[in-house]
Design a protein around this ligand. Structure first.
Ligand code: NI
Length: 276
């Protein structure tokens, strides 16, 4: 679609054609594009007016909280930019999470935390969540009990997510925008329900260093650095001390490779798939 638009615009601007006339050769080449009403409308621009940006032609979303169409699941996104999202699951932890937050702050890196409701209930939980938000991080929903969602009924799933959602919103004043299923265990129909009822895309990952098996900090770092790619989502756990130990070398290594860290919501909004 983008190629066709680029091809046609100079022809229209040159004044050889009025807005509705399209040479038959172009019509044949372009095929079904001409049946796209948004495309046809965009071509009828009086000369001298600014053309719409491609962003404004992206399909709009009917999902609350999202201004463009989103998918129900993300492992990564398609992007021409060297961006990456790092996600920390299963916290907050009273010792490891503050240590991690210091490391992120020192490097001006924004991350996403998929927190567990029962961890937020700890005495240090609310304060740590507020610190995350104050320092520009994003908080996502990782359920209340860290149970296996794929084994739950629809109402069980709703209860897990609603309670964690409300807890995060009450503590921080910011509503979570996405969820990660514990262990990645989730059914397709559950993903659709969560997107429809909560506005949550299901966030999985493109790199899993299996840090929870405690392979050692240097192994975690090398797995993350080797697996990183533009648009990727890195999965680690701030619950574990060795994971946090691996972070200085990991973060510095990714910065040295030229990566810019974004939160999961920012990453999704940068997805370029579907724009051509
Ligand atoms: Ni988890």
């Amino acid at each position: 679609m983008k190629r066709f638009f680029t091809l046609l615009m100079p022809v229209l601007a040159s004044g050889f054609l009025t807005s509705c006339q399209v040479p038959s050769s172009v019509s044949r080449d372009a095929g079904p594009v001409l049946n796209d009403s948004s495309m046809t409308a965009s071509i009828r621009i009086p000369v001298g007016l600014k053309a719409p940006t491609w962003d404004s032609l992206k399909p709009k979303s009917d999902i609350p909280g999202w201004d463009r169409k989103i998918d129900h699941t993300y492992f990564s996104i398609q992007t021409s930019q060297k961006v990456i999202a790092i996600t920390f699951d299963d916290g907050p932890h009273g010792v490891n999470t503050p240590r991690l937050l210091d490391m992120l702050k020192k490097r001006d890196i924004k991350a996403t935390f998929y927190v567990v409701g029962n961890m937020v209930k700890n005495s240090y939980g609310p304060g740590l969540l507020r610190r995350m938000v104050a320092e520009g991080h994003e908080i996502g929903n990782h359920t209340v009990t860290h149970g296996t969602l794929s084994k739950m009924s629809e109402d069980g799933l709703r209860k897990e997510l609603r309670e964690a959602h409300n807890m995060i919103a009450e503590v921080t004043g910011v509503e979570p925008r996405s969820m990660r299923p514990p262990g990645g265990a989730i059914k397709n129909e559950q993903k659709k329900l969560m997107l429809k009822e909560f506005g949550y895309p299901t966030i999985l990952w493109s790199v899993d260093p299996e840090d929870w098996k405690r392979p050692g900090a240097s192994v975690v770092t090398s797995r993350l650095l080797n697996g990183a790619a533009p648009g990727g989502i890195l999965l680690v756990h701030d619950l574990h001390a060795p994971t946090v130990d691996a972070m200085p070398a990991t973060l510095d290594g990714l910065l040295a490779k030229g990566y810019k860290f974004v939160t999961v919501t920012e990453l999704i909004n940068m997805d370029e798939s579907g724009s051509e």
